[in-house]
Design a protein around this ligand. Structure first.
Ligand SMILES: NC(=O)C1=CN([C@@H]2O[C@H](COP(=O)(O)OP(=O)(O)OC[C@H]3O[C@@H](n4cnc5c(N)ncnc54)[C@H](OP(=O)(O)O)[C@@H]3O)[C@@H](O)[C@H]2O)C=CC1
Ligand SMILES: O=C(O)C(=O)CO
Length: 328
């Protein structure tokens, strides 16, 4: 039972008890571990919580949860994306939502480049052939030289920019599409701006997604946009599964418009689509692009510090909404 006078912080969905010790909060709050994997499991845990840390981007946190979480002052998404939280409902209920935007920027950029290198260097067919008993460089036929090829970035915020810097070291030309980004980022990074998505797709040998998921980016990779890609393109997605229409991706792989795909994220996680899981030209990782030992320490500490700030009445460092007083 939480002690009186202390705040109750619910770590809603964390599964590994050994990793949840957060000394930063020890003097002000009592932590409890929810292990909720969906909203039905989450709701009964909410009434006592003054603050909530969400480690994953499931379970969903909808109007129903906000109605029940009557004491809740803030939710910190221990991560970048917060697609699972209904921001309008949070704002209506006076709940401050924050994220931790920078703990894994370099890791995700490294991961995107890892996909690009592995796929361009034909690691999938080579690895499969060796396991099948064939040791011959001809399984790598078609491997392109990277220098001089074009990488198109959809979204050029923190991770997109970090990916651009890495790609330049391999001699790639980098072009990005990011409609609201202020002028000048292209010059600061030494890359090129495409003013239309089609322009980027037509120029790129490789396309990597680095936007967040919202209405404008949901299925931004779809039959029409795939039709604009170069034949044999490599597609990398470390952003959010919902940015890619899976049926269109499978058709694109079938037609050869997409040569290879590297996916860290899929629309339904864990992945339950055998067509993707077993595809010989799809390289998969289990939404692990963000992870490194050091990044995870940084993530846990920044999430706890943000909760502490809000509970003690200080300004949050990374607010993603501006809640007024509760309206219910
Ligand atoms: N796989 C993993 O483990 C991880 C995945 N991620 C995902 O990566 C995403 C990007 O992270 P990060 O770089 O830190 O976020 P940022 O917010 O820094 O960058 C996202 C960029 O996408 C831009 N954007 C918005 N709408 C569009 C659009 N329609 N077309 C093209 N670009 C658009 C944004 O522009 P503007 O801000 O001007 O609207 C912004 O510049 C996260 O939102 C998250 O979903 C993040 C961490 C780990
Ligand atoms: O930080 C994020 O948004 C991730 O995808 C990893 O949780």
């Amino acid at each position: 039972m939480p002690s009186p006078g202390r705040f109750n912080v619910l770590v809603a969905d964390f599964l590994d008890e050994t990793l949840v010790e957060v000394p930063i909060l020890d003097d002000v709050a009592t932590l409890s571990l929810g292990r909720a994997m969906n909203e039905t499991e989450l709701v009964p845990l909410l009434p006592q919580a003054d603050a909530i840390i969400l480690f994953h981007d499931i379970p969903r946190f909808s109007e129903t949860s906000f109605e029940v979480a009557e004491r809740c002052r803030c939710i910190v998404r221990a991560g970048v994306g917060f697609n699972n939280v209904d921001l309008d409902a949070a704002t209506r209920h006076g709940v401050q939502i924050c994220n931790v935007p920078d703990y894994g920027t370099e890791e995700v950029a490294d991961h995107a480049i890892m996909f690009l290198l592995a796929l361009a260097r034909r690691m999938l067919p080579c690895h499969d052939a060796i396991r099948g008993g064939l040791w011959n460089y001809t399984t790598a036929l078609g491997t392109p030289r990277l220098r001089g090829k074009t990488l198109g970035l959809i979204g050029c915020g923190r991770i997109g920019a970090a990916t651009a810097l890495r790609a330049k070291a391999f001699g790639l030309n980098v072009v990005f599409y990011d409609p609201h980004l202020p002028e000048g980022v292209d010059k600061a990074l030494g890359i090129h701006r495409a003013h239309r998505l089609e322009e980027l797709l037509e120029q790129s040998d490789f396309v990597s997604l680095h936007c967040y998921l919202d209405e404008s980016t949901h299925h931004i990779i779809n039959p029409a946009t795939i039709a604009r890609m170069r034949a044999g393109s490599i597609l990398v997605n470390t952003a959010r599964g919902g940015c890619v229409d899976v049926a269109a991706l499978l058709d694109g792989l079938e037609s050869g418009r997409i040569g290879f795909a590297g996916l860290d994220v899929v629309e339904v996680e864990p992945l339950d689509d055998a067509r993707l899981r077993n595809h010989p030209r799809v390289l998969l990782s289990p939404h692990s692009a963000f992870y490194s030992v050091e990044g995870f320490v940084e993530l846990r500490s920044k999430a706890a510090k943000e909760v502490r700030r809000v509970l003690l009445g200080e300004s949050p460092r990374n607010p993603v909404n501006r809640p007024g007083p509760r309206q219910d």
